[in-house]
Design a protein around this ligand. Structure first.
Ligand code: TPP
Ligand code: MG
Length: 806
């Protein structure tokens, strides 16, 4: 049933009986996989399970509309779809349930995400994108409900750019003229999230080929639609998005029952045609779905569903309905269908057994190898029985995990620490090191790119300055940098609030929309979360977005998606996907509670996997953009908000020079105290250093330049070796990024060994900064604060030379 009539015809080549039976078979394989999966969890072979039972039939219909080059951004119910498009095998499905960390066995996440988190591998062995037009693609799922929606918008937006921007037509491995649909799936209850509404509205504004299916089973865990959705119907309340007719902007909205096989197939064919050909976003509300086994293995739905509801679900189970229909239409006999169901069960049993063996046999072999080495060691040492006991325990453990092996080895090595370093002891130690390295690869690798374009591989090109080069407003340095990069690489585009027509609120893009067109430099609605998602999705598809968050304070609206999606994309796919998104924002210091925040610890704590650049001026910022736009890693660049109108000298190679990440710069040499700082604070600290010089104190000022990565060559340590005193200064709250820097320097770099004085942290007040220049002075660290802090340190050492001021 279509809520709006479209001119697009129904399926041209009708499905045959063989197609019906193929679908029926797959539906039952999927059902048996769900049933078996739950049992595996209850038998203790997996820790948690969430399955796609009750959602099989609509996914078969969706798969029939999904073509090579298309993308999915969905959630944990989509196993039937993933198998139907040939991007998941049942053995891989069980490998994920068991958390097999072998990427060959579990290509979606290498055991890192829990089960039901689907993804295809989009990178080759060198970390480069494969030909995405020849495969069916799924972006990597995340658990936060509706978290797939921002990325989905970006996947769809890329099609619009590929179709409408002729400069992109050369990238034939990325797109076929923008014909790709981004298919989204979401549960009914998850549509209550703000991200859902934000993404749908944005898709309507942008007119992008985004096809969203809502799997509506009336529940979100135990909470029914009465508590989730106005009028209990997402399609009804979204009807205002419905376009008025062909050529008008808006959505097409369809409602179809989840057990109506033919209705579903027809709907998806019509919906996909209009979406693909006309780039009209589509919402398909799939109603009357069920959850035969309840939400997940964490509970049973009998606790919260009425008897009537349970009976209704039994009657409306999409598999039972499909069977009824096949029989009623005479497409199959009872016997044929019984056979298919039985064969499906056997297929799942085989897949499950093979997946378990592939998961468990290597662990057992590892265990046996470790036991052999440990037995030798224990025999050598002839120590107490407890050691024998520990080895015996490991040896006879029927379900060992890798932690058991490593734990036992570490404890036994600990116990024999007084013994002589025998051959056996050395062998265990060596083996332990090897196991730790293997497990680090399994569980701690691929946070960053491993490719040729990894940030550390970008060639360093120093800035050059023509003699007598003009001093310009700092924003013009950025403008020239972006101009050069936009000319160099047609895949680069910038979006954000006020970025297009006026060239951003500080005019670093001024004139660039006129020059490069509206598709390259583009205004967006006020919607930080989906601005980031628009960038993530487009970057996944090989484009090079710069997404702008107007002020650092508003990054809070986007931090969730940066953290949950972008930051761990490489990690959660073990190098299977990448999204080299650059997030541009400005902050630290200007005016008032919501325009001068510097919540750096919030950022550092939540987006590991994304680089964080904190340039002190626009030339440094330009250097970072030049580096990042040549790399394939995501980054956040925080420009100093009070720096756009200061004068800077424009480098003659403004679009070419690159700044390495993780390398601090000594802004002023000194011998008494090292001050470690960044961003707008650099100027304040330099000012204080000048004043301190007047009283005979020599300050070395170090700009860290990037917080992530942080001083990879330990240059700060060199400074502290010389001064033996250190102050960490910034504008975050106390215990914020100053604490981070202190940990990096004292703990990681072990600078405590060279300190003659207590290290100090100088941060802002613990509240948001107040408005006005006085508000700034009394809320943020100022030059006098820096002066006093450093003077006090010196006074402690030499009170006669530096008598107390106060
Ligand atoms: C942001 C967030 N809040 C809560 C959860 C826990 N949670 C997981 S699934 C779920 C219910 C989702 O229901 P629905 O969207 O209807 O999907 P269904 O499971 O019914 O298919 C909840 C609350 C979560 N994963 N993310
Ligand atoms: Mg639901």
């Amino acid at each position: 049933m279509s809520a709006a009539e479209t001119a697009v015809p129904a399926l041209t080549a009708p499905l045959t009986k063989a197609d019906f039976l193929t679908d029926y078979r797959l539906a039952w394989e999927s059902r048996h996989a769900s049933l078996a999966g739950r049992k595996e969890v209850f038998m203790g072979k997996a820790k948690f399970g969430i399955f796609g039972d009750g959602k099989e039939v609509p996914q078969l219909a969706m798969a029939r509309a999904f073509q090579n080059g298309d993308f999915r951004a969905g959630y944990y119910r989509d196993q039937t779809f993933m198998v139907a498009i040939g991007q998941l095998t049942w053995q891989q499905y069980f490998a994920q349930l068991y958390a097999n960390p072998d990427v060959e066995a579990e290509p979606a996440t290498a055991g890192r995400a829990m089960n039901g988190h689907f993804a295809t591998r989009m990178l080759d062995e060198d970390g480069n994108l494969t030909n995405l037009t020849q495969t069916k693609n799924s972006s990597a799922d995340i658990s936060p409900t509706a978290g797939q929606m921002p990325r989905l918008l970006g996947l769809a937006y890329a099609s619009k750019l590929f179709r409408q921007n002729p400069e992109l037509h050369q990238f034939t491995h990325l797109s076929n003229n923008g014909n790709e649909i981004a298919f989204g799936t979401i549960g009914n209850a998850s549509t209550s999230e703000g991200m859902f509404f934000e993404a749908l509205n944005a898709a309507g504004v942008l007119q992008v080929p985004m096809l969203v299916s809502v799997w509506d089973d009336h529940y979100g865990i135990s909470v029914p639609a009465e508590y989730q959705t106005t009028k209990q119907s997402i399609s009804e309340i979204m009807m205002g998005l419905q376009r008025d007719g062909e050529g008008q902007s808006g959505f097409e909205i369809y409602v179809v029952r989840g057990w109506d096989y033919i209705g579903l197939v027809d709907t998806y064919q019509r919906a996909a045609a209009v979406c693909r050909e006309q780039h009209v976003p589509v919402l398909i509300h799939v109603t009357e779905l069920t959850q035969p086994q309840g939400h997940s293995t964490s509970g049973s739905h009998e606790r919260y569903k009425s008897k009537d509801r349970l009976t209704w679900e039994e009657d409306h189970d999409c598999l039972h309905k499909l069977r009824e229909w096949l029989l009623a239409e005479g497409h199959a006999t009872e016997l044929e269908l019984d056979d298919i169901e039985k064969e499906a069960a056997a297929v799942i049993k085989t897949a499950r057994t093979a997946a378990w063996a592939a998961f468990f046999d290597p662990i057992k072999a590892e265990r046996d190898e470790a036991v052999a080495l440990l037995e030798k060691l224990v025999a050598d040492t002839g120590t107490e029985n407890t050691l024998h006991e520990q080895v015996e325990q490991l040896k006879t453990n029927p379900t060992p995990i890798r932690a058991d092996i490593v734990r036992t080895m570490r404890r036994i090595l600990r116990a024999v620490r007084h013994e002589k370093r025998s051959f056996g002891r050395r062998a265990v130690q060596r083996h332990l090191e090897q196991l730790l390295a293997e497990n680090a690869d399994r569980y701690n690798s691929n946070l960053f790119s491993q490719s040729e374009q990894a940030i550390g591989n970008i060639e360093e090109v120093p800035a050059t300055f023509a003699p007598g080069a003009a001093q310009v407003d700092a924003r013009e340095v950025l403008q020239a940098c972006f101009d050069a990069n936009f000319q160099r690489d047609p895949a680069i585009f910038a979006i954000g609030e006020d970025v297009g027509k006026i060239g951003d609120v500080n005019q670093a893009f001024a004139g660039l929309q006129e020059k490069f067109g509206e598709l390259r430099v583009t205004d967006t609605g006020i919607r930080e979360c989906t601005i980031i998602g628009q960038g993530i999705g487009a970057a996944l598809r090989g484009l090079r977005p710069i997404t702008e968050i107007q002020y650092l304070d508003y990054l809070l609206y986007a931090i969730q998606i940066l953290s949950d999606d972008l930051a761990n994309l490489q990690y959660r796919t073990k190098g299977g996907q990448k999204a080299p998104l650059i997030v541009r924002t400005r902050g630290h210091r200007l005016e008032g509670i919501w325009h001068s925040g510097s919540p750096m610890q919030m950022i550092l704590g939540s987006i590991r996997g994304i680089h964080v650049c904190v340039p002190r001026n626009m030339t440094q910022a330009a250097g970072f953009y030049n580096t990042l736009l040549r790399s394939d890693e995501p980054a956040l660049v925080i420009e100093p908000l009070n720096g756009y109108r200061l004068k800077e000298t424009i480098p003659s190679n403004v679009g070419e020079f690159t700044l390495p990440l993780g390398r601090p710069e000594v802004l002023k040499q000194g011998t008494d105290v090292t001050v470690v700082t960044y961003g707008s604070m650099c100027r304040i600290v330099l000012d204080a250093a000048k004043q301190l010089a007047e009283v005979g104190i020599s300050v070395e000022v170090v700009d860290v330049q990037t917080l992530l990565p942080f001083d990879t060559d330990q240059l700060i340590l060199d400074s502290i070796r010389k001064t033996n005193r250190v102050v960490f200064a910034d504008e975050d709250v106390p215990g914020g990024a100053t604490a981070f820097m202190m940990q990096q320097v004292l703990d990681e770099q072990q600078a405590y060994r060279f300190l003659d004085a207590q290290p100090r942290c100088l941060a802002a007040q613990p509240h948001r900064p107040a408005y006005s220049s006085d508000g700034d002075y009394f809320s943020k660290p100022n030059a006098e604060d820096v002066f006093d802090t450093i003077y006090e340190m010196m006074s402690e050492d030499a009170p006669e030379q530096f008598p107390a001021i106060y």
